[in-house]
Design a protein around this ligand. Structure first.
Ligand code: ATP
Ligand code: MG
Length: 363
């Protein structure tokens, strides 16, 4: 019996539609080929272009579509020259994160053999770790509401027990899943600055309590500054890292840098009941309409979605197809024949996406 899943699709702005189209095409074909699951796609209009056309950036109907969907696929939103009258950026993805309490920002960082990276990789080493960034509080809590006077500026750093517990439970759960599937040794590293800030000592104490509940998974700590160093010197030693919002923001860009840029960096924003899957990159207005956008980060985000849905609903076929999709992209990148311009090739968006499609369905 096939399980049916509804996927909300935010094709967004800029290159968003260019990379979402071929991604959904691949997912539809996977769904058609499987008798174990059925994906149904529902379009959710939102974003800067939608605002320019209709005066609404995030229609209620699209929020409803997102809320009732089993998973949310999002490309990129926002355009530099379209803003709200008060000058703030149009970013429905942030509204979505808040409304659906998506506290765990998940950024896998992988560098497989043959993949471009600024590091010189020792023989036989690969990078494969996951950075989890708390996404609802931390140093972003007072975002836009900081206290600024003529001579002083203050911002709030908020760490709550409730969100931290959920965050760490998620981290141990993820490490266990990776261990089971042979992707990691089963280790979670809490990244903080507990030596200087009481808020981070609090964060670490909650982590330690959660670690004690999960004795099958190793747990350790690292200061954020040392972590930045080790991410460059020995990134292959990490498995799952979990950290506060601002630290995670910075380290995830470092992670994208290790992967040779944004073109191969997928992400997920995960809560208890909802999850959004989107590439780390933005709407890339500078290359829109040229057919040269790299679709791989979007496709890898879709693979994460299949994985998450499969684990959540105990559907092994979805997990297997998530892995197949990820490995197809990794294979094409390692092969190096069909790469878009950002990765040093000359393939178009369509050619690159078709290579993934053909690898999966044309034998
Ligand atoms: P945002 O604030 O929305 O994150 P940004 O200012 O960080 O946006 P991006 O839209 O991510 O910027 O683009 C940064 C650079 O990377 C641009 O030069 C863009 O063309 C390039 N880029 C981003 N995504 C892709 C992609 N999928 N394929 C090729 N180039 C990309
Ligand atoms: Mg950006």
């Amino acid at each position: 019996m096939a399980q049916t899943f509804e996927i909300a699709v935010f094709e967004g702005d800029g290159i968003g539609p260019e990379i979402m189209g071929p991604t959904v095409k691949i997912l539809r074909q996977m769904s058609d080929a499987s008798d174990r699951y059925d994906l149904q796609f529902v379009d959710a209009p939102a974003g800067a272009a939608h605002y320019a056309a209709t005066g609404q950036a995030f229609p209620d109907a699209s929020m409803e579509t997102a809320r009732s969907a089993d998973a949310i696929l999002l490309s990129a939103m926002g355009l530099p020259d379209v803003r709200y009258p008060d000058g703030t950026e149009i970013s429905p993805q942030i509204d979505l994160r808040k409304a659906l309490v998506l506290f765990a920002g998940v950024r896998p960082v992988t560098v497989k053999a043959g993949q471009p990276t600024p590091l010189s990789m020792p023989e036989g080493k690969e990078i494969d770790f996951v950075l989890i960034r708390e996404s609802t509080e931390g140093l972003f809590f007072s975002q836009g509401r900081g206290d600024v006077t003529e001579n002083e500026a203050r911002e709030t750093l908020l760490i709550t027990r409730d969100i931290s517990e959920k965050l760490f439970q998620f981290a141990f759960h993820l490490a266990r899943g990776r261990k089971r599937t042979g992707r990691g040794p089963g280790k979670v590293t809490c990244v903080d600055k507990a030596n200087v800030f009481r808020a981070f000592a609090f964060f670490r104490d909650i982590f330690d309590a959660e670690a004690a509940e999960n004795p099958d998974i190793k747990a350790d700590h690292a200061y954020v500054d040392a972590t930045a160093l080790w991410m460059v010197q020995r990134p292959w030693d990490f498995d799952v890292m979990v950290t506060e919002n601002m630290f995670g923001d910075i380290l995830s860009d470092l992670g994208a840098g290790l992967m040779g840029g944004l073109g191969l960096a997928p992400s997920a924003d995960i809560g208890l009941d909802h999850a959004v899957f989107q590439p780390c990159h933005g709407s890339a207005p500078d290359i829109v309409g040229q057919g040269i956008a790299n679709p791989f980060a979007m496709i890898l985000s879709a693979a994460m979605m299949l994985d998450w849905l499969g684990i959540r609903h105990s559907n092994a076929a979805l997990v297997a197809d998530g892995t197949r999709l990820r490995e197809a992209v990794e294979g094409i990148v390692a092969d190096g024949q069909v790469l878009t311009r950002d990765l040093g090739g000359s393939a178009s968006t369509t050619t690159a996406a078709d290579a993934v499609f053909d690898m999966l369905f044309v034998t």
